[in-house]
Design a protein around this ligand. Sequence first.
Ligand SMILES: Nc1ccn([C@@H]2O[C@H](COP(=O)(O)OP(=O)(O)OP(=O)(O)O)[C@@H](O)[C@H]2O)c(=O)n1
Ligand SMILES: C[C@](O)(CO)[C@H](O)COP(=O)(O)O
Length: 225
Amino acid sequence: MNAVIIPAGGIGSRVGEKIPKQFLEIAGKPLITYTLSLFENLKEIDLIVIPVLATWEERLKKLLERFRKPYLIVPGGETRQASVANGFFALPGDTEIVLVHDACRPFASPEVIRLVISKIRKKGAALAALPARDTIKEVVEQRVLKTLPRERIYLAHTPQGARYSLFQKALATAQEKNLLATDEASLLEAAGIPVYVVPSTPLNFKITTKEDFELAKCLLTARRP
Ligand SMILES: Nc1ccn([C@@H]2O[C@H](COP(=O)(O)OP(=O)(O)OP(=O)(O)O)[C@@H](O)[C@H]2O)c(=O)n1
Ligand SMILES: C[C@](O)(CO)[C@H](O)COP(=O)(O)O
């Protein structure tokens, strides 16, 4: 049994709209619907778990009516990490692989998701990450300190995940050491678990700012028949 946790408990302050970005509509559908559809259509995923703010639970339930895959809605936490932990603790005991994918990354390709799952099967823990394509500068107070070897730089995307027992260990270590991280890979690393990268694509960008949202709108509107 493989599960994906889709954290959707944020408020989207950097997009700056009145409602959380994952519920903003594009081409007549809330953004989260596009992300949920990715996993609804993936046979490798058996269960979808969605942490969400209590005020958005009813709306989400309504959206999920047309999905066939089993799902669980759990309370969002104060941080993304807390939301993911709430999702993890709701998983059934026979879960083998745990994936996490941001609700606001609607353009992940099925190929990348499958590659992450298969890397987790082989190695235990993995994430999708975009290899740096530009020349990378380390800068302090607008002054360049040095140029970093781009071959070693990857931008963390989702999905990320691990085998259930490794994920559990990463969360337990985070609690013991009082760690707060922006992604699961950081917590797995902190627990001493080797994490492997699968190449992601620029299209799998996270909708973080208003500009990202406008770009997503163009892409999703153009996709319509
Ligand atoms: N307490 C939180 C914070 C974030 N998220 C989710 O984690 C994903 C990635 O987080 P981010 O882009 O940082 O979303 P927000 O926290 O909503 O954005 P912002 O930081 O701009 O407020 C999003 O799908 C978001 O809904 C969550 O489930 N619970
Ligand atoms: C996991 C993640 O998508 C990595 O890019 C994460 O959500 C990033 O959070 P950020 O605070 O927007 O960097």
